[in-house]
Design a protein around this ligand. Structure first.
Ligand SMILES: Nc1ncnc2c1ncn2[C@@H]1O[C@H](COP(=O)(O)OP(=O)(O)OP(=O)(O)O)[C@@H](O)[C@H]1O
Ligand SMILES: [Mg+2]
Length: 340
């Protein structure tokens, strides 16, 4: 019997209740309106290892065992959210997605008071709290866009205690035994440094890499089954080349580019644009002019990141490296020449 089946037998922990027909539950005398689950399909193509690693985190091997809450990392558009959705769907549990932002306040994450039509306060449970109550799965998407204060309210949920305290509603909510979660993290400037005590609760770190050539083709085909094979091939070639050069163009970029190119080709049946022309235009409009020459872009990126750069000293600001007056100039070579 799988860990998941074992724990289904377990009743909800103290303080949790099953929702009624109108999607409400009552906890400690407070009526909560639950969020709706995410219903769309989510298929994960390729990279089975990382999917298995994520699913392993959610297994419960014993009644006393606790699931893990892993963090998913990787370049923008590489498939972190898609992986989490696909894993949740594979579990067959209701899925709730919470989109974290810089404005997320602790109460947004938990319970929000809303003024109802009758002038009374209604309490709305967030997707996270709904997943806790219904024993579903919650994806905290783009978790590091959220500040430390909001993360702090989740500390007891992410360790053995498995509860949250809503100050607004004045109640403590315990997670149902089947509740599982994962967090996706983004790598750009508009993110916060998550404090160590939270990071240590978001383990392990699972890294999503760029897909192989075959997988990238299958991903594009899956999302754009109506695309012409040569358009797909051009895009896969482009993306694979950019992965080789360690540039950040992702499957999402490929999907957007192709969508635009196809729309442009279909636009005017009387004066059709050639596939090549439409693709080149889409490349420039979706990914920028710099994407047209990947080699030069890679060179420029390398230089900005300081790949080849030798650290500069103060004297380098005033003297050429070969200037005889440069105080750090290495004269050994000249001496050798003189000796000859
Ligand atoms: N392995 C895959 N299988 C199916 N679809 C994929 C796969 N990888 C990427 N995609 C598709 O690529 C697009 C981008 O994926 P997704 O939004 O999950 O990326 P992300 O890593 O979460 O991006 P961001 O850093 O912006 O949050 C989506 O349309 C997704 O469906
Ligand atoms: Mg994402």
């Amino acid at each position: 019997m799988s860990g998941s089946q074992q724990s289904q037998k377990h009743r909800p922990e103290v303080g949790t209740t099953q929702p009624n027909a109108s999607g409400h539950v009552e906890i400690d005398g407070v009526r909560l309106k639950l969020s709706h689950p995410y219903e769309a399909a989510g298929q994960w193509i390729g990279q089975q290892e990382v999917l298995m690693q994520l699913l392993a985190c959610w297994i419960s091997v014993d009644d006393s065992d606790l699931p893990l809450t892993p963090r998913l990392i990787g370049s923008p558009g590489v498939g972190k959210t898609q992986l989490a959705i696909a894993a949740a769907k594979a579990q067959g549990r209701p899925l709730y997605i919470y989109q974290c932002t810089a404005d997320t306040r602790p109460e947004d994450l938990l319970i929000t008071p809303v003024l109802s039509q009758g002038g009374e306060i209604a309490y709305h449970a967030s997707p996270l709290v709904t997943a806790m109550i219904t024993g579903g799965i919650c994806i905290l998407d783009e978790g590091n866009r959220m500040n430390e204060k909001s993360w702090a309210s989740l500390a007891p949920l992410l360790d053995g205690r498995r509860y949250v305290e809503s100050i607004v509603a004045g109640i403590t909510i315990h997670a149902e035994k089947e509740f599982r979660a994962t967090v996706t993290m983004n790598q750009d400037e508009s993110t916060f440094e998550i404090p160590d005590y939270i990071m240590s609760r978001l383990q392990p770190t699972l890294s999503v890499g760029f897909p192989s050539k075959q997988d990238e083709m299958s991903i594009l085909q899956y999302h754009l089954p109506f695309a012409q094979p040569e358009m797909l091939a051009m895009t896969v070639e482009f993306l694979q080349h950019s992965h080789e050069l360690k540039l950040d163009f992702s499957p999402r970029d490929g999907i957007n580019l192709l969508r635009f190119a196809i729309k442009r080709m279909m636009q005017d049946k009387n004066h059709p644009i050639s596939a090549d022309e439409a693709w080149q235009e889409a490349l420039e409009k979706c990914l920028g002019e710099e994407a047209v020459d990947l080699e030069s872009l890679a060179q420029r990126r390398k230089r900005t990141l300081g790949g080849d750069a030798v650290p500069l000293g103060l004297a380098d600001l005033f003297f050429d490296p070969d200037d005889p007056l440069h105080p750090d100039r290495d004269d050994d070579d000249d001496d050798d020449d003189d000796d000859l």
